[in-house]
Design a protein around this ligand. Structure first.
Ligand code: DX5
Ligand code: ZN
Length: 226
């Protein structure tokens, strides 16, 4: 079952509730929230107070993608704010196992995110603990960047590993997911599809989300009415 995760990074920050509602009407089923610290990535976005406001604005799960150092210091605050899923970066968390345990202890679903240059094999030992693995298909920090082609091979590899090991984690992809790439990432095995500029960048977010989801479901061979 493929799902569309609209990324609010490309939404209007003064009208988040309106934009999230539009993306939800178009079939977005999880809201992707990009948290950036200006250190791990060269951009600053938002933190727990905005998550708290979003929590009141929608019933959809909130997938918080933490592009920050010292994530462990902030995980309790994100839980308190109402985050549902937390993804931490492999490259930013020296004690990754501890980070995952902390996320679980706070009742949230844990994920690990890997940058384009990080091999999926680095995650082998931690995979059984994860709800999702997020393959970055751009270098994190900004919306609207060009999709990095070899991400498709990484998604495929991850899907093979999941099959071989009989694991259940979901495969998420983030960066440059749009009409020209969505079919390939779905066919490679991604089921959680993050899209920022393709949903909120221009035009009508509801229509954009609906059309992306139709393309994703048709690539997955799913019933488009479902
Ligand atoms: C980038 C963020 C993405 C971003 C994707 O660092 O993690 O979630 O919103 O934007 P698009 O879909 O425009 O590439
Ligand atoms: Zn993201």
């Amino acid at each position: 079952m493929v799902e569309l995760l609209p990324s609010i990074l490309s939404a209007d920050f003064a009208n988040l509730a309106r934009d999230v509602a539009a993306a939800e009407r178009g079939g977005g089923s999880v809201i992707h929230v990009d948290v950036m610290d200006g250190h791990f990535v060269p951009n600053i976005t938002l933190g727990p107070p905005v998550v708290k406001s979003l929590r009141k604005a929608t019933n959809l799960p909130l997938d918080c993608h933490l592009m920050i150092y010292n994530a462990n210091d902030y995980i309790p605050a994100f839980a308190e704010a109402g985050a549902s899923w937390i993804g931490v970066h492999y490259e930013a968390c020296p004690h990754l196992h501890r980070s995952i345990e902390l996320i679980l202890d706070h009742g949230m679903k844990p994920g690990v995110v890997i940058n384009p240059a990080t091999r999926v094999e680095e995650l082998l030992d931690i995979l059984p603990m994860l709800h999702h693995v997020l393959v970055m298909s751009v270098n994190p920090g900004f919306g609207g960047q060009k999709f990095i082609e070899f991400s498709v091979d990484k998604i495929r590899k991850l899907a093979e590993i999941r099959q071989e090991l009989g694991l259940k984690f979901k495969i998420e992809v983030d960066g440059g997911v749009a009409h020209d790439t969505i079919e390939r990432v779905v066919k490679a095995g991604a089921e959680l599809l993050v899209a920022g500029s393709a949903v909120f960048g221009s035009g009508d977010a509801e229509k954009n989300a609906r059309e992306l989801l139709i393309a994703a479901r048709s690539a997955a061979g799913e019933n488009q009415q479902g």
